[in-house]
Design a protein around this ligand. Structure first.
Ligand SMILES: *[C@@H]1O[C@H](CO)[C@@H](O)[C@H](O)[C@H]1NC(C)=O
Ligand SMILES: *[C@@H]1O[C@H](CO)[C@@H](O)[C@H](O)[C@H]1NC(C)=O
Ligand SMILES: *[C@@H]1O[C@H](CO)[C@@H](O)[C@H](O)[C@H]1NC(C)=O
Ligand SMILES: *[C@@H]1O[C@H](CO)[C@@H](O)[C@H](O)[C@H]1NC(C)=O
Ligand SMILES: *[C@@H]1O[C@H](CO)[C@@H](O)[C@H](O)[C@H]1NC(C)=O
Ligand SMILES: *[C@@H]1O[C@H](CO)[C@@H](O)[C@H](O)[C@H]1NC(C)=O
Ligand SMILES: *[C@@H]1O[C@H](CO)[C@@H](O)[C@H](O)[C@H]1NC(C)=O
Length: 308
């Protein structure tokens, strides 16, 4: 493809020269200039440079942080520099081909990224754009990995796991890697293990909970009640009970808690809405940092960014 680009430039040049004499209208040439090797290097394409020997080619190659291969044409005394040994699109047949066997940056040395990577390898950079696997979520709009000239890797964003399906899950509380906004839902599949209670909490800093959801079979004075409340700076504050209680000990449930558009939380159990509860003005959903599930329940599946 790179070769095609270079060929394209050459073809355009040829076309301009020939069409100039054929066309009746004069051709403006002032906006055209010859492409230099610096242009090609900066845009990442291969570079031809003068070089009387293999050693000079190595010296030229070393001027580019990500040059790892070159072709030395003995008769024309030129070095053709490239980021990787590429035998499909280069004029390798035109000379002696060399490759650095110990390059600092290779795709093989890239850290694992939990996604599919599209690589762009030029003379001046090795950069991968990551598309996260299904069970992972991007923490920045573009997740990028790139290799520095010294072989160290740098990244922008990451693919963070959002969904777990291998029980038993004992890793709570679970960090939410991306700030949540209206429309966000967390889904928990589980089975109550005792007729006491189990609890789902949306946590934020300072020992606060924008939502504290207690599913009570028999707890304190409550019987078969969904109890929703907050925790502000370590203190549980006002709450409300909802009597629509579909849980049975030993029977699996699917729970979804959603941040609704209208400043409420919505609690769905087995796809039926059971409760809505106002968001606390001092505890906006954007402060949510983690999800906790505890007490008498076995969790079999967790999705921190679910839709149903
Ligand atoms: C080109 O490179 C590929 C992969 O390294 C290799 O399998 C193939 O044999 C090479 N072809 C030639 C003509 O060298
Ligand atoms: C070297 O470059 C010349 C001039 O571009 C070309 O004619 C020749 O085929 C190239 N290859 C070798 C092996 O010399
Ligand atoms: C993740 O990628 C999508 C699609 O590119 C984008 O809409 C979303 O904003 C990204 N997430 C973050 C946290 O940047
Ligand atoms: C946590 O409390 C400290 C001290 O009261 C305060 O400065 C900070 O803004 C609080 N953080 C959040 C996220 O509310
Ligand atoms: C038990 O319920 C009573 C009445 O609702 C309440 O005042 C008390 O704080 C509760 N105790 C616990 C441990 O939740
Ligand atoms: C807010 O959402 C709840 C649950 O979907 C709904 O019952 C209520 O009507 C909504 N309120 C407004 C003002 O849209
Ligand atoms: C239910 O939770 C209570 C309090 O955390 C605990 O004492 C009890 O052992 C639990 N029951 C089961 C079956 O795990």
């Amino acid at each position: 493809m790179r070769m095609e680009r270079v060929m394209h430039v050459l073809m355009m040049t040829w076309w301009c020269l020939t069409s100039h004499s054929l066309a009746s209208n004069p051709v403006t040439t002032s906006s055209w200039r010859q492409v230099t090797s610096e242009d090609l290097a900066v845009s990442g394409y291969e570079v031809w440079v003068r070089g009387r020997s293999k050693v000079e080619c190595i010296r030229e190659c070393n001027k580019y942080s990500h040059c790892t291969s070159f072709v030395f044409n003995v008769s024309s005394r030129t070095c053709y520099l490239q980021p990787v040994l590429d035998n499909t699109s280069n004029p390798a047949h035109l000379g002696q081909v060399y490759v650095n066997t110990e390059p600092e940056c290779t795709i093989a040395k890239a850290p694992s990224s939990n996604g599919i990577i599209i690589w762009s390898h030029t003379l001046t950079s090795l950069k991968g754009t990551v598309t996260c696997y299904d069970d992972f979520i991007n923490t920045t709009s573009d997740v990028i990995v790139q290799c520095n000239a010294d072989g160290s890797w740098e990244r922008e964003g990451r693919c963070s796991q959002r969904k777990w399906t291998e029980p038993p899950m004992t890793m709570f509380p679970m960090e939410v890697p991306v700030p949540v906004a209206s429309g966000w839902s967390v889904c928990v599949n589980g089975t109550p293990t005792d007729d006491d209670r189990f609890t789902v909490e949306l946590l934020s800093a300072n020992d606060s909970q924008p939502l504290h959801a207690d599913f009570r079979f028999k707890y304190n004075t409550s019987t078969e009640l969904i109890f929703l409340g907050y925790k502000l700076d370590g203190e549980y504050t006002q709450g409300q009970g909802f009597p629509d209680f579909p849980f049975v000990v030993g029977q699996p449930f699917h729970l979804r808690v959603m941040v609704a558009d209208n400043a409420t939380f919505e609690v769905y159990v087995n796809d039926v809405i059971r409760a809505t509860f106002p968001q606390h003005p001092e505890l906006p959903p954007s402060d949510i940092t983690a999800v906790n599930v505890r007490n008498n329940v076995t969790v079999t599946r967790l999705d921190l960014f679910c839709t149903v």
